[in-house]
Design a protein around this ligand. Structure first.
Ligand SMILES: C[S@@+](CC[C@H](N)C(=O)[O-])C[C@H]1O[C@@H](n2cnc3c(N)ncnc32)[C@H](O)[C@@H]1O
Length: 216
């Protein structure tokens, strides 16, 4: 599968070509990884979704569909799946692979518009929050806070394996429910699951704010 759309990742020719170098750097910043997620990481991510909950399962940054494939296998109703991907080159491949799923070519910042008032059961994210511009990360955080309710799960991975990291969605109080390192990925990654915090953050901000850097 990766080979079918691997041209989407900037290649060596891009680095040699002055005209394409700038756009390659922008794409690398957006993609935030050198390769698609392994099956092991994808399974860990997909297993964190509660498939019994009604509502949309939104995936942010599906790329070539490594994680989508695992979610797609497990979901009973494919209409529940909404994929939001900013990289236009990924879109045809996602549409080809995932029948019955809504594939949107847009930035996760505009999530609210695509949810169209429906309940969101889970958000699965592999967005490279550590490399995206701060204003984009802020807007994504705002959009998440607008679509999540008390039962919504927010699932992400990060290549930063340290238990404490800097906050990215600082205005939003989230509570970590689950955390596990997946070693069989290049590079190893940590999967974290969050829900909205029941109490406002107090003296332990690292426990109550979303502290991770998803996707890279
Ligand atoms: C680290 S890759 C993950 C790809 C795939 N989910 C995987 O795990 O192999 C990050 C993906 O997020 C996408 N992305 C980056 N910024 C985005 C944004 N603002 N909105 C939606 N997708 C975005 C990139 O185009 C890329 O497909």
């Amino acid at each position: 599968m990766i080979s079918q759309a691997s041209h989407v990742w900037p290649d060596h020719a891009d680095w040699r070509s002055g005209t394409r170098l700038a756009s390659s750097l922008v794409r690398l910043r957006e993609i935030g990884s050198v390769a698609a997620s392994s099956r092991h990481l994808a399974r860990q991510m997909a297993m964190q979704v509660d498939y019994q909950q009604s509502g949309l399962i939104v995936e942010l940054g599906p790329g070539l569909g490594a994680i989508t494939r695992e979610v797609y296998k497990r979901v009973a109703n494919r209409k529940q799946l909404l994929l939001i991907e900013v990289g236009g080159a990924f879109i045809p491949e996602l549409k080809r692979q995932f029948h019955g799923v809504t594939v949107v070519h847009d930035s996760a910042e505009w999530l609210l518009k695509h949810v169209r008032g429906r309940r969101v059961a889970a958000v699965v994210s592999s967005l490279p929050l550590r490399s995206l511009p701060n204003k984009v990360v802020h807007r994504i955080g705002v959009a998440l806070s607008q679509v999540m309710d008390a039962q919504t799960r927010y699932i992400q991975f990060t290549y930063d394996l340290r238990p404490t990291e800097s906050a990215y969605f600082t205005h939003m109080a989230l509570e970590k429910q689950y955390s596990r390192i997946v070693w069989r990925n290049l590079p190893p990654a940590r999967v974290d699951t969050f829900c909205l915090a029941t109490e406002p953050p107090t003296d332990h901000p690292e426990k109550t704010l979303l502290q991770t850097s998803a996707g890279s």
